[in-house]
Ligand binder design. Structure first.
Ligand code: F6R
Length: 244
């Protein structure tokens, strides 16, 4: 539990930087699973600062983003592709061929094979070393809405109305928010070697309590993380307020 999001984000950035550097020393690639949304923005800002001021290189980093709206143009203002470029990729030395984000532009008939390929690419990279997550107020991780199974893999899902409302601020109005998304599954996330979930602010306090202290349940997808043996929640005091 950290006093504020800036301090929590700085601590996560140090973990990521240490992992990247130790993999560099072993001449190995470092595979990161990444999230979008408002929560990781300060984390990415800190990683960019470490790149510019402390020489942290991303040349050995391979990334897989959790999710993308469907359908959406890759360059649309609200696409997670564009978000990642604006907040991280355009400001560090990551190799473009090492960046993976689900494609919101493909034809519907291609989605299934795209999802299978996405899983295969994660495997071919050696699996995800560290998965970064945010959390929805309904407990979603990635876009695995309540009801998502523990063995679910990358797939097309229907966004909850509450998620569309929460994300409407990124669009002109609610009707513009896509109804679908492509997301890694809970099973995909649970295969990562290490998982870090970030949550800031009072709106996340009830779901943080449910995810950490209640029994695990598909009704609160983040609670399924209780089945992983290396998960850490980095939260600020406001998000931790309901923990006993
Ligand atoms: C985004 C993602 C989502 C968000 C969640 C919280 O890639 O996977 O699970 O982490 O919706 O969003 P914010 O951070 O905007 O509160």
């Amino acid at each position: 539990v950290f006093p504020d999001p800036k301090k929590g984000s700085a601590a996560v950035a140090v973990e990521i930087a240490n992992l990247i550097r130790s993999k560099q020393q072993q001449k190995q690639s470092c595979v990161l699973g990444l999230a979008t949304g408002s929560t990781p923005k300060s984390l990415y800002a800190e990683l960019v600062r470490m790149h510019k001021e402390e020489g942290l290189s991303f040349k050995n980093v391979i990334t897989f983003n959790l999710d993308e709206y469907y359908p959406i143009e890759t360059d649309a203002l609200q696409s997670y592709n564009r978000f990642m470029k604006a907040n991280l990729f355009d400001h560090v030395d990551i190799l473009p061929e090492n960046i993976h984000i689900p494609n919101g532009e493909i034809e519907k008939e291609e989605i299934k094979s795209h999802c299978i390929q996405y899983e295969k690419k994660i495997e071919a990279a050696g699996g995800i070393d560290l998965q970064i997550l945010g959390i929805g107020t309904n407990g979603h991780i990635g876009f695995n809405e309540p009801g998502s199974g523990i063995y679910s893999r990358t797939r097309l899902i229907t966004l909850d109305n509450s998620t569309r409302i929460a994300n409407a601020y990124e669009f002109a109005n609610i009707s513009q928010v896509p109804r679908l998304a492509i997301t890694m599954g809970i099973g995909t996330i649970l295969r990562a070697k290490k998982v870090i979930l970030l949550a800031w602010g009072p709106s996340k306090a009830p779901v943080i309590k449910q995810a950490v202290e209640d029994d695990d349940s598909e009704h609160v997808p983040a609670s399924l993380l209780q089945n992983h043996d290396d998960v850490t929640f980095f939260v600020d005091e406001a998000a931790a307020a309901e923990l006993t």
